[in-house]
Design a protein around this ligand. Structure first.
Ligand SMILES: Cc1ncc(COP(=O)(O)O)c(C=O)c1O
Length: 355
């Protein structure tokens, strides 16, 4: 079996792939409603929330758009320290919102103190932050940032992108007081791409009701109306929801805590290998991603040559992303990856370096 150490789409287990081949049912039917309800209820456990979880036939960026269109009339504070945070800022501004950037160096985490300062200077309806920056392999201190927001500006809604971490790292929506927490299917959930999940708080939904021009497809108020009937306004991605239903059973059978521990061990092993092989990590200690390791290419390795070597062994890693594309490469360890897979990859990398 091949192993893709790339940050999505990741390998999908055969059993989960096959779950998609179940016969279609009408989405206005008891069978579909039961499937939708089952999947959405199980998903609440992943989000550590009692809030509703929406399923969308889109990738995660769709819910980035939903957040900015529904949760602010105008004023959004976008924390930017990586490519996907930058995208969220662009999503906000191209949707006509007055988004202000709160910028940090890409190898530095979002600072709660800087967030507090920004919120003292201006009132923001919502703040956006990426939990796990897939470009830089940096995990932002979302819990601490959320605490800072609550203290400085309790009305500001806290929107978190956990596209490349939810399901692999513990993110406690309710305990941390988050208002919208979104993810995509093709990363830690190890599903095919095309489905996005987002949990939304009551107060966020109440705010959405007051916001004009929410659009149609990503209108959270419309989504809620249909979710209450265990369905969606437009035709749902039924095959993907079959896969989600099965994959959530598998994830819960592994147990969330065991899954988080597995990710932690994989991240530690890869990151320890990096620093003992003449390479260095892009993210600073204490803020390193548990799902994807961004490596500074200090050895000047030729990524396409390295990947050609790895692909002969049924593996591949990812290049850098965005402005740090040339200077970095990435080893993802999310989804179905086990320690034996990581050991096989590191052995191949050792062999390559000896060449
Ligand atoms: C942190 C982060 N946010 C957002 C996205 C965009 O997600 P999607 O491609 O599912 O729209 C990605 C994709 O890699 C990501 O890593």
């Amino acid at each position: 079996m091949s192993r893709m150490f790339v940050p999505g789409p990741v390998d999908v287990d055969d059993e989960v792939l096959r779950a998609q081949a179940q016969p279609m049912v009408p989405h206005r039917s008891k069978e579909f409603e039961a499937l939708y309800r089952r999947a959405a209820e199980k998903a609440q456990q992943l989000f550590f929330t009692q809030n509703r979880v929406f399923l969308s036939a889109s990738s995660g960026t769709g819910f980035q758009e939903a957040a900015v269109r529904n949760l602010a009339d105008q004023h959004i504070l976008s924390c930017v320290n990586g490519a996907f945070a930058e995208r969220w800022y662009e999503v906000a501004s191209t949707n006509g919102k007055q988004a202000d950037r709160l910028e940090f160096e890409w190898d530095q985490p979002v600072s709660p103190a800087a967030v507090t300062e920004a919120l003292k200077k201006k009132t923001y309806e919502a703040i956006t932050i990426v939990h796990n920056e897939t470009s830089t392999g940096l995990q932002n201190p979302v819990r601490e940032v959320a605490e800072a927001v609550r203290a400085a500006s309790p009305e500001t809604l806290i929107c978190v992108d956990a596209v490349s971490s939810l399901g692999g790292v513990k993110i406690e929506m309710d305990a941390w007081g988050l208002d919208m927490l979104l993810t995509s299917s093709q990363k830690c959930l190890a599903l095919p791409p095309g489905l996005a999940l987002a949990a939304v708080s009551d107060r966020a939904l109440a705010k959405a009701e007051t916001v004009a021009n929410r659009g149609w497809y990503f209108d959270l108020v419309r989504m809620e109306k249909h979710r209450l009937k265990d369905s969606s306004a437009a035709t749902p991605a039924i095959s993907l929801i079959y896969a989600l239903d099965m994959q959530l059973d598998r994830i819960l059978a592994e147990s969330l805590e065991a899954r988080f521990a597995r990710y932690e061990a994989l991240a530690q092993r890869v990151q320890e290998w990096v620093v003992t092989h003449g390479l260095s990590l892009f993210a600073p200690e204490g803020y390193r991603s548990r799902t994807v390791t961004t490596v500074r290419n200090d050895l000047g390795l030729d990524l396409s040559d390295l990947n050609a070597f790895l692909m002969q062994r049924g593996m591949r890693i990812a290049g850098g992303y965005g402005p740090i594309k040339k200077d970095t490469f990435r080893i993802a360890h999310m989804g179905e990856i086990r320690m034996s897979d990581v050991e096989a990859l590191l052995a191949a990398l050792d062999e390559y370096l000896k060449k």
